[in-house]
Design a protein around this ligand. Structure first.
Ligand code: NDP
Length: 621
């Protein structure tokens, strides 16, 4: 079915210069000089509440002492899809190790009311054809995703080996046995030949460092640790009836908050929404999966759909003859542009002309979003405060059908804290915003995750030492240096999955899975050929990084000009040891020539069969 363009205003209704200036001013207003350090680690009793596991009791177990072929650190999507590849490759001696009580990663932890994925489920849920599974609707609920991850783990027999409620605290390469020595908080001593870091991006809840936070006598929790005992209801049935006599405040208006707020508004006696930066929140048509459509699907449909999504969302391209299969807010800019170009008979455009058109369409889409707020919000001041003033993709675009309507309820109050760059302080009985104290019973932190803080803080692994005692944190102090974004010199048999240096895909799970597949190839080759240690040579690594940088798309200006968020390290440049500022997008360093070109580079490398650029050690002396 053809997907129609959206009804965006013409560019001549927008004063682009004035809007850009407004973007700049709004950014300046929010830019905090403390940058990342405005967030703190929770301490004392609150650390347990904030980061402990409310979902599964921690069962005692004996410490494990063992030799293992592969330790996979993480049991979220990257760890799960990688273990599927390991299993399929016939590797049996491996384990997933995770802090959580089950497979699931973010979908294990996040069980707040309304939790749902913002990506097309037919792309996001991997292995659909192989598993014979079909999501029930376009945007899956968290529960469906979590359940599906458990199904995959069962089908590929990953449960027997998995170590849950286990936090890796130290890793040292031991040259005498050519293995990694892994220490955990359960006293385990695991000697793994290979280690795969599949430890995710959104794993540490972020806590705003507000004065007086330790004085508050009411209830506090983070959305990734939702306390249904306090709110009433449960994950299956989030009827938050215990909030009927409670005054609740929620900090944050990001992807998580906009899903939870309609539930809080519905049940709490009073709800304060503490907003620093408004999100763009579009409508969310979420039809059930059409059985006729499913019947008509041909083998290979999911890869085709993911490629279509990637072209439209990441490359802004829907070419003549191509259609937008995804047809949602992620693909709107590309869809609208291609509809207009089709109407003009597909004019030939230079790169500059294409980028100018894209920029105009982006302004038109953002203006549509602001007009949408005006239409849906009754109170004028509230509507003004909810309007987003930044470039599309400076923040993750969102959709929800109930969010804006919640602000028309008499028990819900939006408190804009942009002028003070966040909530000023907490007190014994509530919080202070714009100089006024508000009494509350409960503070909920929808304040996100530590995406851009230093690696040691994010990973929680105090000691991480490769060859000759080199610490990974020193090794990468001036930025990543890797071969293909997955291995690094001085760290033999160590592999990384995530956002480092390589191709990015619009479907995160597809990206992780392809990384897992490549790493599995390397490990299998190592095991088959009796290779005890493999690591990239410094020359190969340097050559790859040089190639990556020479072909990179420079997005410095975009990152610099965006409103602060975890996307751009809170608007702060990272400074390298030469004192040079580096404005980095949180997604690491992408591969300029694109996803398909990166996959070809990896496939050609594997095809050559000689592990080019990798130093091999087969000496067991
Ligand atoms: P975000 O980092 O996106 O949002 C955190 C919110 O907390 C922001 O609104 C931020 O304001 C606010 N905040 C932080 N500190 C303060 C402060 N001191 N005072 C007031 N406000 C403050 O976190 P989320 O959990 O919402 O989302 C994180 C990511 O998780 C998403 O980007 C997405 O990748 C993923 N996610 C995906 C979902 C999906 O698919 N549906 C659902 C939920 C999450 P400011 O913007 O000004 O910094």
């Amino acid at each position: 079915m053809k997907c129609n363009p959206t009804d965006v205003p013409p560019i001549d209704e927008i004063d682009v210069a004035a809007v850009n200036e407004k973007y700049r001013l709004e950014r300046e207003k929010r830019l905090r000089k403390e940058g990342q350090s405005q967030y703190v680690r929770p301490v004392d009793n609150f650390a347990d509440t904030y980061e402990g596991d409310p979902h599964t009791p921690v069962a005692p177990r004996d410490a494990i002492v063992e030799d293992l072929d592969v330790a996979v650190l993480g049991a979220g999507w990257s760890g799960l899809t990688t273990s599927v590849h390991l299993r399929k490759a016939g590797i049996t001696s491996f384990r997933n190790i995770d802090h959580a009580g089950d497979f699931g990663g973010v979908w294990y932890w996040n069980r707040y009311p309304g939790v749902q994925c913002d990506n097309d489920a037919y792309c996001y849920l991997p292995l659909l054809e192989e598993m014979g599974f079909m999501p029930s609707q376009k945007f899956s609920d968290g529960k469906e995703i979590y359940g599906y991850m458990q199904q995959i783990a069962k089908r590929f027999e990953l449960y027997d080996n998995a170590l849950f409620h286990t936090m890796v605290e130290g890793m040292r390469w031991d040259e005498s046995i050519k293995r990694w020595r892994i220490a955990t908080d359960r006293g385990d001593e695991i000697r793994a030949r290979f280690v795969i870091m599949a430890n995710g991006l959104l794993n540490i809840p972020k806590l705003p460092g507000m004065a007086g936070i330790d004085k508050f006598k009411g209830k506090m929790f983070h959305t990734a640790r939702w306390d249904y005992d306090y709110t009433g209801g449960d994950y299956d049935n989030p009827v938050l009836d215990k909030l009927a006599d409670k005054r609740v405040a929620i900090i944050g208006t990001g992807a998580t908050a906009i899903q939870a707020i309609p539930y809080l508004g519905k049940y709490a006696k009073k709800l304060y929404v503490l907003q620093r930066t408004p999100s763009t929140v579009d409508a969310r048509p979420n039809p059930p999966t059409d059985a006729q459509w499913v019947k008509a699907l041909k083998p290979g449909w999911q890869a085709e759909r993911q490629a279509n999504f990637h072209r439209a969302a990441m490359e802004s391209t829907i070419l003549p003859g191509d259609t937008d299969l995804i047809c949602d807010f992620w693909t709107e800019i590309a869809r609208n542009m291609s509809a207009e170009m089709e109407a003009e008979g597909w004019p030939q455009l230079s790169v500059e002309q294409f980028m100018e058109r894209r920029s105009q369409m982006e302004h038109r889409v953002m203006e549509r979003m602001r007009r949408r707020v005006e239409k849906l919000i009754d109170d004028k001041d509230t509507a003004e405060a909810l309007k987003p003033w930044y470039r599309f993709l400076c923040k993750r675009p969102l959709s929800n059908n109930e969010y804006y309507a919640t602000f028309n309820q008499p028990n819900v109050e939006l408190i804009d804290v942009a002028e003070t760059q966040g909530v000023e302080a907490m007190t014994e009985h509530g919080f202070i915003a714009n100089g006024q104290e508000y009494g509350i019973d409960c503070m909920i932190f929808a304040s996100g995750f530590e995406v851009t803080s230093d690696l040691d803080r994010r990973w929680g692994i105090d000691v991480f030492e490769g060859r000759d005692g080199t610490s990974i944190y020193d090794h990468w102090a001036d930025g990543y240096k890797t071969l293909h974004g997955m291995t690094t010199s001085k760290f033999p048999n160590m592999f990384f999955i995530g956002y480092y240096q390589g191709g990015l895909n619009a479907t995160t799970t597809e990206q992780y899975s392809k990384q897992g597949e490549h790493i599995t190839y390397m490990i299998k080759t190592g095991l088959e050929r009796g290779i005890l240690a493999m690591e990239p040579s410094e020359e190969a690594e340097a050559a790859y990084v040089k190639h990556l940088r020479e072909t990179a798309i420079d997005n410095t200006d975009f990152v610099k000009e965006c409103t602060p968020s975890y996307f751009n390290n809170e608007g702060e440049a990272k400074v390298n040891s030469k004192g040079e500022p580096i404005y980095r997008f949180y997604l690491g360093e992408g591969y300029g020539p694109g996803w398909a070109a990166f996959q070809k580079l990896l496939a050609d490398w594997r095809q050559a069969g000689n592990l080019d650029g990798i130093m091999l050690d087969t000496d067991d002396q």
